[in-house]
Design a protein. Structure first.
Length: 270
């Protein structure tokens, strides 16, 4: 077997997690990532017939039984992933019964998957039904987005409009807008169900006073989506309370959408 730490998916995942910590979006053990792996990703790097141990889950993921995921560990710090991937990450296969995970690699110290795994897998199930190429669910704590959630409130229309008006790229990158959840207890099936429901219509879900769930076809897309939301939120927070002389007007956003052929939330513009 080839060294799994040199597998392209692993190299990119470690780089991404390291960058998330560098940006200050994943303090301590905050944030988590799950990445759907294809057979060709792990072929030659991992013997899938060898199960290290079975880890029970608190919900039924039969819908995606047999699928394999790279998942960050519970209580693990993103800053440590680059130094010891095998301790901080795990590769899991959803067991045939849908209620257990088969550990194929990682969690070397006897640990387990992130407590947010229910939310991740529920999100994967929803997004795979919409876009079979959707592979990544990323949860992180971008500073300005969290701050903005304390000011704008839970209106998805208001939140989306505020982000769209901050920079030209916003409506281009997330024309479907953002979903927003009120504060909920994290690590529960309830927040997973609520998040997955939002992700039926958007690829971004803001958890008020907590962070963001973003999804994508690969690590770049999911990261870039969150990065764009956070940049817009930063611009909003830098100018909140100011007399803005310029911001993108509704008719200008419509013109932008027409030029780029965007299927945007028309009800979000006057």
């Amino acid at each position: 077997m080839k060294n799994i730490l040199e597998a392209p998916f692993m190299v990119e995942a470690v780089r991404t997690l390291t960058n998330l910590y560098r940006l200050g979006w994943d303090e301590r053990n905050g944030g988590n990532l799950s990445y759907l792996l294809y057979d060709e990703d792990i072929e030659g790097y991992l013997d899938t017939t060898k199960v290290i141990r079975t880890i029970p889950m608190s919900f039924d993921a039969s819908e995606i039984a047999g699928k394999v995921f790279l998942v960050t560990g519970t209580g693990k710090y993103f800053k440590n992933v680059q130094y010891d991937p095998e301790n901080n990450l795990g590769i899991l296969r959803i067991a045939a019964d849908g209620k257990n995970c088969e550990l194929l690699w990682g969690y070397r110290d006897g640990g387990k998957f992130t407590s947010e795994l229910p939310a991740h897998l529920m999100s994967h199930m929803v997004r795979l039904a919409i876009d079979p190429s959707n592979r990544v669910v990323m949860h992180t704590h971008p500073t300005n987005t969290i701050a903005m959630s304390m000011i704008v409130g839970p209106s998805e229309r208001d939140f989306t409009r505020a982000l769209w008006k901050m920079q030209t790229e916003s409506i281009v990158v997330f024309p479907e807008g953002v979903g927003v959840l009120p504060w909920m207890v994290c690590g529960t099936n309830d927040i997973g169900i609520a998040t997955a429901e939002k992700l039926k219509e958007t690829r971004i879900c803001v958890w008020t006073t907590h962070g963001i769930y973003g999804v994508g076809r690969d690590l770049d897309e999911a990261f870039g989506l969150i990065e764009t939301v956070e940049k817009a939120a930063q611009l909003y927070m830098l100018t909140v309370g100011c007399d803005r002389k310029n911001e993108i007007k509704d008719n200008e956003l419509k013109d932008l959408a027409a030029v780029f052929g965007l299927n945007y939330k028309t009800e979000y513009l006057d």
